[in-house]
Write a protein that binds this ligand. Structure first.
Ligand code: GSH
Length: 129
């Protein structure tokens, strides 16, 4: 990332969004996959592991995967940027994102209080979160 390789044309052909992670499946005609959640689903479906296959089980895994993609991931990202890297200290923004991250972690904590994994068996939802 330091060399901004993720913004180069050859990487943008794999991930038009210019971010990591992204993979290329050499066993599938160099099929590119970007977005960590999409990569996890792709690999789980390809290998038949870490993603329940019945409709409800699959949905439960994907719900917790989306919870990370739409919540934990971006909110932690913003919390980190405003707290650590932003040139100005904008306290309301720091508070907003830190409060939201704490709330989201509370949701995980409550859900995991009486179960070992987020969605039944160990799955890509646990890996992502
Ligand atoms: N929603 C994306 C987020 C990807 C993302 O934000 N990646 C960051 C590192 S964690 C990145 O590539 N940052 C470098 C940049 O934006 O150039 C995913 O889950 O894959």
């Amino acid at each position: 990332m330091g060399k901004l390789e993720q913004k180069r044309p050859e990487f943008l052909r794999i991930n038009p969004n210019g971010r990591i992670p992204a993979i290329v499946d050499r066993e599938a005609g160099d099929f590119p996959v970007f977005e960590s959640g999409a990569i996890l689903i792709y690999l789980a479906e390809k290998t038949g592991r870490l993603l329940l296959t019945d409709t409800k089980g699959r949905s439960t895994v994907i719900q917790w995967l989306m919870f990370q993609m739409g919540g934990i991931g971006p909110m932690m990202g913003q919390a980190n940027v405003f707290f650590r890297y932003f040139p100005e200290k904008i306290q309301p923004a720091i508070d907003r994102y830190q409060t939201e991250v704490r709330r989201l972690l509370g949701v995980l904590d409550t859900h995991l209080a009486n179960r070992e994994f987020l969605a039944g068996d160990y799955s890509i939802a646990d890996i992502a979160n």
